[in-house]
Design a protein around this ligand. Structure first.
Ligand code: ASP
Ligand code: MG
Length: 439
């Protein structure tokens, strides 16, 4: 049969009871004839608690020691889970990221996976064991230090392992039933999406949908690993994140819970897959920039040198009388102060008049591959937002996305209006949140 990588998030292994329940689920997969590799997160809010503990010792924990501390969270859950599985009569062995062959860059707190050499995991599988791997950690290839991948990094561990082992599917178990057409807390009539392409999921992740990290989806797309996002609190089929061909391959490998061909062709492909929103950005406007060659380059080079990621950019036509123009852009709020300081330093060289900072904004994005071939999507979106009485401050688009910036307080109204306008509302309430954290 197949090789399945399963990842269980913090809320799925929050206490002893949860761990025992998850163990049963893993054993059932094994008994169905699959080889099983499991990636675990730290129990419940352990990572936050460890981080708070470090803060009580020192306001600036040394990065090496901080990583060492945080990786302990995943070690606790992996060992307990291995014990719970052994109690059910199966062989299970736990491995740290380093033992599992997760090789990373040396940047503590945000290391990137360079390579995965899962020799020991292979060996465990060959011996008939279930391998349990600590998520979100690895070992630096050059410094040999223990590293972490950044918050929420266990999903990336799971996909990277699935790729290295040539797994048929990577199942991500969380506390919701899959990816929804909008955040169910804002739109109770949001629907579960049965399958979504990598490209659309990448856009949703980039636009604020938190269920999967952008990095994890990127990895899955590169290695064509189908991801099945589902709840560990129910047995429902969740959302398949994969292109149609990848789903076909999983079907041929007899992977469990793949939608059948007929089921999939029955699902009418909607124009819009979902509506995402993001309240973590801020907007900066550089007022009255002289309309000369090279000014935009100078402004954005300054921001690039400060390692600030820019999202939307809008530049108006310059006024005939003034020969000056305003340039607005959005960026992560966390980088707002740093960007303002960097830009203030080039005020005289650029010759702009002033800087405006606004962090009371939100971004609402409509995502769907169907907009490539269906005209009028943007018009319908803007109309819906207007009918909700919401003013649009900025607009940006990609081939499969239209985003608008609106007032922070009007995000919910805009999301609901767009969801409704594209007939995404379901008749019954489908979304159940089983855990507490939303991860
Ligand atoms: N335990 C880590 C965190 O909470 C990694 C993860 O859950 O993916 O961020
Ligand atoms: Mg977590």
């Amino acid at each position: 049969m197949g090789l399945v990588v399963q990842k269980y998030g913090g809320s799925s292994v929050a206490d002893a009871q949860c761990i025992k329940r998850v163990a049963q689920r893993i054993v059932a997969t094994k008994k169905a004839g699959h080889d099983v590799v499991v990636v675990v997160s730290a129990m419940g809010d352990t990572t936050d608690e460890l981080s708070d503990l470090a803060q009580q010792i020192t306001p600036l924990p040394p990065p090496r020691e901080f990583d060492m501390l945080l990786t302990a969270g995943e070690r606790i859950s992996m060992a307990l889970l291995a014990m719970a599985i052994q109690n059910l009569g199966q062989i299970a062995k736990s491995y740290t990221g380093s033992q599992a062959g997760v090789l990373t860059t040396s940047h503590h707190g945000r290391a990137k996976i360079i390579d995965v050499t899962p020799g020991r995991i292979r060996q465990a599988l060959d011996e008939g064991a279930i391998a349990i791997v600590a998520g979100f950690q690895g070992v630096s290839q050059d410094t040999k230090e223990i590293t972490t991948l950044g918050r929420g990094g266990s999903d990336t561990t799971a996909v990277a392992l699935a790729a290295a082992l040539g797994a048929d599917v990577c199942e991500i178990y969380t506390d919701v039933d899959g990816v929804f057409t909008a955040d169910p807390r804002i739109v109770p009539a949001a629907r579960r999406i049965p399958r979504i392409s990598y490209a659309e999921m990448l856009e949703m992740a980039a636009c604020g949908t938190k269920i999967l990290l952008h990095r994890c989806v990127e990895y899955a797309r590169r290695y064509q690993i189908p991801i099945h996002v589902r709840s560990s609190f129910s047995t429902k089929v969740g959302t398949w994140v994969a292109d149609a061909e990848t789903v076909d391959a999983a079907r041929r490998a007899h992977v469990v819970d793949v939608p059948s061909v007929s089921e999939e062709s029955q699902m009418e492909q909607p124009i819009i897959s979902g509506v995402s929103h993001d309240r973590t950005e801020a907007k900066i406007t550089v007022v009255a920039v002289p309309d000369k060659v090279g000014e935009a380059a100078r402004i954005f080079k300054t921001l690039a040198d400060a390692e600030i990621n820019i999202d939307m950019i809008v530049q108006n036509v310059s006024g005939v009388a003034t020969g000056r123009t305003d340039i607005s852009f959005t960026l992560p709020r966390a980088d707002g102060q740093q960007a303002m300081t960097a830009l203030a330093k080039i005020k005289d060289t650029v010759g702009y008049e002033q800087l405006l900072y606004d962090d009371r904004i939100g971004k609402v994005s409509l995502i769907g591959a169907g907009m490539r071939t269906n005209p009028g999507v943007a018009a319908r979106f803007f109309q819906a937002v207007a009918e909700a009485g919401v003013n649009i401050e900025m607009i940006s688009t990609s081939e499969i996305r239209v985003s608008v910036v609106v007032d922070e307080d009007e995000v919910d109204a805009a999301v609901a209006a767009a969801h409704h306008a594209f007939d995404l509302d379901s008749e019954e309430v489908e979304a159940v949140v089983y855990g507490g954290t939303g991860r």
